[in-house]
Design a protein around this ligand. Sequence first.
Ligand code: FES
Ligand SMILES: [Fe+2]
Length: 397
Amino acid sequence: MLTKTRQNLIAQIRGYLANGTTAMSDAVFTNPVAAYASSARLQLEKQTLFRDYPILMAMSCQLANPGDYLTEDFSGTPLLLVRQKNGDLSGFINACAHRGAPVAQGTGTRGSGFTCPYHAWGYELNGRLRNIPGEEGFNSIDRNDYGLKPIPVIEKYGMVWAIPNPAKNAAPVDIDIDIDTYLGDLAPEYASYEFSGYHHFATQILEPKINWKMGVDGFLESYHLSVLHPKTVSPLYFSNRSTADGFGLNHRMVAVRKSFAKANDDAELERDFLLHTNILYTLFPNTMFVYQRDHLEIWRMFPDGDEPSRSKMVLSMYTPEPVTSESAQRHWENNLRLALDTVEAEDLMLGEKIQRGYQSGAQAFVTYGRNEPALAHFHASLDKALSVKDKIEIKQG
Ligand code: FES
Ligand SMILES: [Fe+2]
């Protein structure tokens, strides 16, 4: 983080603690419950946000070496990322040009390319079709038309984004390949971190019965901490005390640890800023990038199928050092378990009840207070990206 930014944040937080307040937006924001419960809205989100926008897929460390690959279809499109021999990263639709079988599964390393599990068509790492068993059956086709379909991939600051839509000009920014435009003033902030040296510890997937956006919402205010998390989070963090800054469609919120108030002076806070805070970046549209004092948690929320009340929450944890000893392994496993248990037992347990209420049509709208500015920013960004008001009349059901 840039020194000036850190100093500004420290001054803001000091002010909030002294005055018993928090970052405020200009006005209360109301959002129709249909945003969480309408099938039409979900379809629009799937077609727009999860196809045309850069989706954070991984950190570079997950694809460190030539031949390393990663597959994923959470966005609704089967994707394959591959580290090339020259170190570049490529992205493809993970579907064989013959009859559509995924050519790669899971993650791994494949120095010699991919062989489709259906009829064994072979592809190079760069997606080029290499061989067709029983070739005489396909003598009229031009192999050049039968490679894996490329998608735009961006790698910067140790992070990897993909745009699932193979029709590249559908991208909302000139992604060839300017992620900095997309990040705005967060770009120099990410440039100041050294995430390319981080190590992937583990990824876990939850399947809560909530709208995917509610998964994001859970991170976007500190108002609920003392009420919903009295024993887990609240002993460590102040409630209703956090900063909020928008960067285009993206956002940064800083939650404040109680230790912040015990620091001796600004010099100590500047030096140990991360020891006393928790930085929560919303990377539009679906990612919470949580930078904690000794690790990174990346929570990615996706719709699961066509039900507005189903989602997948994908948590990946990264550490600055490789986890090599048994005690470190145990430490990080406990850390991961604790994060999942708290979210599952407290946030999601309540979230599923809230979602059932939304589905019932009992309530027309929800309200984000002025003290919940990150929520307002997130939902205003969604409305902007979806042009909800122009494009579709959202109705319940
Ligand atoms: S679907 Fe891949 S070889 Fe037939
Ligand atoms: Fe929570």
